[in-house]
Ligand binder design. Sequence first.
Ligand code: FES
Ligand code: FES
Length: 211
Amino acid sequence: MTIQEHTPQEPGAISRRGFIKMVIASGAAVSASTYLFRGSTLIGQGSLPGAVERLMTLNVNGQMRRVDVMKQETLAMTLRYKLGLTGTKLGCDRSECGACTVLIDDVPHYSCSILTHTVRGRKIQTVEGLESADGTLHPVQQAVIDEQGFQCAFCMSGFMMATVGFLKTNPNPTRAELAHGISGNLCRCGDYDKILRSMMRGAAYTQKTTT
Ligand code: FES
Ligand code: FES
């Protein structure tokens, strides 16, 4: 018997599976409000003197996005607070947790530690760009739903991006290889066993879709 069978559902109540599905594409399970304060130098700044020189075009999730970027601005800040791509999380903001992981030219990077001006002309992919145009989830996203992986899910988009990047170099990893490959990502809930199960399932699904 599952916990849901023990717990009467309110009419219209949403199941855990349904909730995960709802947020999986956007990585939006956790409120970004904490970071609005950290990013307050960026939010609402609008165009300041010199903005024309700072205008740049970023290739994000297959779209060319025109954006006004300060010299010292990190990619995580641009993605979250200028482009509204809040699926990329900010945990430590200093290259320790991996929550901010995105792909740059298909390689995972900590976006909190990369200046946006340095990725001019490169291909950036965030968790929002994993889903196909027709709404089909990426195999790694589907695997998270099927395994009901993650607890609070704050680390989820970082782990998914790290895994998608790792699978491009090793499409058929052992559990140990995958664990090593995504070891730059931390989970504050310590849910590593379930995360690894989800990511291994994601590797299997990815192989199926490419063979
Ligand atoms: S927020 Fe970038 S590594 Fe932690
Ligand atoms: S599931 Fe909560 S931080 Fe990883």
